[in-house]
Design a protein around this ligand. Structure first.
Ligand SMILES: [Zn+2]
Ligand SMILES: [Zn+2]
Length: 230
């Protein structure tokens, strides 16, 4: 006999706003990255290759072109972005401006990950510059998390090994400060793309409860809608 219990299943289609193609150190051309993301069940993906002042004007127009073509032909939203990486903090503001001018719809900064010698002050400079997402911000300070909250900069929980060592700290600092979180993969290879169930695991592992996990998914969707809305 039917137990009379109804289960409501919320499906969170994957939105991943931090990935790499072979325009930096990813292994796939944008077309294959997007195709594989679509097959994995993604709703939207941002391609955010590593850039500094040497290659920013080379990468962005090419990703913009690919994103426009692929978005038009496939049932997945492709967002052209960039990840400013190991750029001196003093140069971040200028490069964020240049990235947007070149057509990047999403600007990510490679934050102070615990596993790389990212220059101290990078987290602060990225937040002050008003980037969209501060990626893997490592042991972000309470002060910077509060500034991110005030500036509307999203802090990233990452599925990437190494960078993810400080996910728990990032989650706690963000919740305490009222900063908003997003989950990204920072995928470089096809195996790095994840489904929504694994995304839930990563967010749970960072200490987020069910409501906080749902908020992270909503935040990613809000960013996409904001971009699509122009
Ligand atoms: Zn990064
Ligand atoms: Zn990255």
């Amino acid at each position: 006999m039917n137990s009379g219990v109804f289960y409501v299943i919320f499906v969170n289609l994957m939105i991943d706003l931090h990935t790499h193609s072979l325009f930096s150190d990813g292994v796939l051309v944008p077309a294959e990255l997007v195709r594989r993301a679509m097959v994995k069940g993604y709703e939207a993906i941002a391609i955010t290759d590593h850039a500094d002042s040497s290659n920013i004007d080379f990468i962005i127009p090419r990703i913009v072109r690919a994103a426009e073509e692929l978005s038009g032909l496939m049932p997945i939203t492709v967002i052209p972005g960039i990840e400013l990486t190991h750029v001196p903090p003093e140069s971040i503001k200028k490069l964020v401006k240049e990235a947007r001018k070149l057509g990047a719809k999403l600007v990510v900064v490679h934050g102070e990950s615990p596993v790389e010698p990212v220059a101290e002050g990078t987290n602060r400079a990225a937040i002050v510059a008003g980037v969209d997402i501060l990626a893997h911000p490592g042991l972000i300070t309470a002060q910077d998390a509060s500034l991110a909250a005030r500036k509307g900069v999203f802090l990233e929980i990452t599925a990437r090994a190494g960078h993810s060592l400080t996910n728990g700290h990032v989650a706690r600092a963000a919740l305490k400060a009222g900063a908003r979180l997003v989950l990204d993969t920072d995928a470089h290879e096809p195996e790095d793309l994840i489904d929504d169930l694994f995304a839930e695991k990563v967010l749970s592992g960072a200490g987020l409860d069910v409501k906080e996990r749902a908020a992270a998914f909503r935040n990613s969707r809000e960013i996409v809608n904001r971009i699509l809305g122009g």
